[in-house]
Design a protein. Structure first.
Length: 337
C-alpha cells in the first residue's frame, strides 16, 4: 500500500488531481485498508473546516475524529487528528462506490494494461432527511460543464415556504448550487447528480436534496476522469471490518435508516461481518472495546482483535516450562470467535 497525496504520476495518465485528492495504489490483500492517520498542530487562524478541506475531508469526518474540539475556534497549537486511514467499502473494485454513512466516494478507474490499480477517494454531501439519496447500482449517463439548475417544483416550494423563492432556472455562475460540473445518474424518477457546489462549507454533511455534492476542486479533477457509462454503487455500510496480517480492524460510522436518520449501531450486524472477515481464522476479540467503537462511531479503523495462536503442545517432563506471555501484550478482555 502506498499513499500519494499530491498525485500518483502513473494515475493512468488521467488529468492531474489537485493537492487535496487522495490516491492509493491497490496491491493484494493488504489493500483492504489504505492511508494513514495524521496528527497536526493548529495555527491560530485555523478552523476544522479549513483543515478538512486542506486534507480532502468532510465536515463530519473531521469533527467526529476530534470530539471536544470547537470546529470554529480550535485555538493555536491544538493537536488535531486528520483521519486518513480507511477500510475500503465492500463490493466490486470498479467504477464509483459511494458509502452514504461515511459521506465518502471511492473511484476505481479502469487501469491501463500493466498498471497498478488505484482508488481515488473524496468526501461528499448526501441527501438530508426526507430527501434521501437512493441506494443501488446505477450509471453515469450525462456530463455537463457549467450546468444550469432546474429546481424541481418540490424544492421551489420548500424554498418559498422559507421566504427564499427560487427561479425556474438558475444559470451558471456563483449562485448556482451545482457548481461548475455535474454528472447525471440513471435514477428515476427525479434528477440525481454528482456535482460541485457554491457552498463548500457543507461538504460532508447530509444537506442535499438527494444529490452528491463535492468540493469545487475535487469535482474539477474528478469530472474529466469519469467516462459516461461508468457504474455507480450507492451503498449503506456504516460498519466495516477488515482482517489484515492477523489484526482485526473495525471502522464505524453513524448508521442511518431508510429515512436518513441516525440510529443505534447493530451488534448483531457486526458479528455477521466479523464471521465473514475472519473466515477460517480465529481471533481473540476485545468485545468491550468493540462495543465502545460501535457506540462512538468516530469513522476511524480501530484494532479490536488479534489472531489467536493455538496452545503449544505440553512440554516434555525434562524440559523447562514455557513462561506465560506478558499480559500487557494480549488484549485485556477477549473471547474466541
Amino acid at each position: 500500500m502506498k499513499q500519494t497525496v499530491l498525485l500518483l504520476a502513473a494515475w493512468l495518465a488521467l488529468p492531474a488531481a489537485p493537492a487535496s485528492a487522495t490516491v492509493y495504489e491497490l496491491t493484494g490483500d493488504a489493500s483492504q485498508v489504505v492511508g494513514e492517520d495524521l496528527h497536526i498542530r493548529t495555527r491560530y487562524e485555523d478552523t476544522l473546516v479549513d483543515i478538512a478541506r486542506r486534507y480532502s475531508l468532510g465536515y463530519e469526518e473531521i469533527t467526529r475524529a476530534n470530539p471536544g474540539v470547537d470546529p470554529w475556534l480550535p485555538g493555536a497549537g491544538t493537536d488535531i487528528v486528520v483521519p486518513g486511514r480507511r477500510i475500503l467499502p465492500p463490493g466490486p473494485r470498479e467504477g464509483i462506490v459511494v458509502n452514504l454513512p461515511e459521506h465518502r466516494l471511492y473511484y476505481f478507474p479502469k487501469p491501463k494494461r500493466g498498471a497498478t490499480p488505484v482508488v481515488v477517494t473524496y468526501p461528499v454531501s448526501i441527501g438530508k432527511m426526507d430527501w434521501k439519496t437512493p441506494l443501488g447500482m446505477t450509471r453515469v449517463i450525462h456530463k455537463e460543464k457549467n450546468p444550469s439548475w432546474y429546481p424541481p417544483e418540490s424544492v421551489r416550494k420548500e424554498h418559498a415556504e422559507r421566504g427564499d423563492p427560487l427561479p425556474a432556472v438558475v444559470r451558471p455562475g456563483p449562485d448556482n448550487p451545482l457548481g461548475e460540473y455535474a454528472m447525471r445518474l440513471d435514477i428515476h424518477p427525479g434528477a440525481y447528480l454528482i456535482h460541485g457546489t457554491n457552498n463548500p462549507l457543507a461538504v460532508g454533511m447530509p444537506v442535499t436534496h438527494g444529490c452528491l455534492r463535492m468540493y469545487p476542486e475535487d469535482v474539477a479533477a474528478f469530472f474529466p476522469t469519469v467516462p459516461i457509462g461508468t457504474k455507480v454503487w450507492l451503498i449503506n455500510e456504516p460498519v466495516k471490518v477488515a482482517w489484515v496480517d492477523g489484526e482485526l480492524l473495525l471502522e464505524v460510522h453513524p448508521p442511518v435508516d431508510s429515512e436518513g436518520q441516525t440510529i443505534e449501531p447493530n451488534l448483531e450486524e457486526f458479528s455477521q461481518l466479523l464471521d465473514k472477515a475472519l473466515g477460517p481464522n480465529t481471533a481473540a476479540i476485545h468485545w468491550d472495546y468493540a462495543r465502545e467503537t460501535l457506540q462512538a462511531a468516530r469513522g476511524m479503523p480501530v484494532l479490536v482483535g488479534l489472531e489467536a495462536v493455538p496452545d503449544a503442545p505440553a512440554a516434555a517432563p525434562d524440559a523447562p516450562a514455557t513462561p506465560p506471555a506478558d499480559a500487557s501484550q494480549r488484549p485485556p478482555a477477549s473471547a474466541t470467535q
